[in-house]
Design a protein around this ligand. Structure first.
Ligand code: GLN
Length: 197
């Protein structure tokens, strides 16, 4: 069984651990480099990307995270986690750093004040039935590099067609929160990715 860590500096860590637990993988909260070293894959949760990146630096995790991701460790970012995996951010705070690895530009808080949070059923590549997607002050993907596969787009409304799920090699990310709502299928796609690694 693979061991999948959840970066546990800030954000909705417990929901990810609970979802992963239903998939029969070993799970681990990651706050220290030694814990990261034990992971076959890592989830970067939703929360506040500026806080998570600051804490990663303070906890001496930022360089180890960059090194593991660059060396091919599968990683899955949701919402703030998507921002952390992106190579480029728009609408970030001045000089906001990332772990990087995903050849995408994400726009932070992209959906704007009026639609701060919303829910929508949408199709995710690789899954037969739609996923109930929860968006909370979410980013969207503004631009993807040539190696990036689009997994999901907003369906309808003012943001129709905006990219909200991507995969590139060993990395995947969603703007929404598949860890809330008791549907483990998107995490299942990630576990498959870890299994292939
Ligand atoms: N708006 C947050 C950020 O920029 C992300 C929100 C979330 O993860 N739910 O980090």
């Amino acid at each position: 069984t693979p061991t999948i860590g959840v970066l546990a500096l800030q954000g909705d860590v417990r929901e990810h651990l609970q979802t992963l637990d239903t998939l029969g993988v070993a799970t681990l909260s990651v706050r220290r480099p030694e814990e990261l070293a034990r992971c076959d894959g890592l989830v970067l949760p939703g929360g506040e990307s500026t806080t998570i990146i600051r804490l990663a630096r303070i906890f001496d995790l930022l360089e180890p995270l960059r090194d593991r991701v660059a060396a091919g460790m599968p990683a899955f970012g949701t919402c703030a986690g998507m921002i952390l995996l992106a190579d480029r951010i728009e609408g970030g705070v001045e000089g906001q750093e990332t772990v990087g690895g995903l050849d995408v530009t994400v726009r932070r808080n992209a959906f704007g004040r009026q639609v701060d949070s919303f829910e929508e059923d949408l199709h995710v590549a690789g899954l037969d039935d739609p996923v109930h997607a929860v968006f909370i002050r979410a980013p969207w993907v503004e631009e993807v590099g040539p190696g990036v596969e689009v997994l999901a787009r907003v369906e309808g409304g003012p943001a129709d067609g905006r990219i909200v799920g991507v995969r590139e090699g060993h990395l995947m990310a969603t703007s929404f929160h598949p860890e809330v709502g008791g549907d483990a299928r998107v995490h299942g796609l990630f576990v498959d990715l870890v299994g292939r690694g």
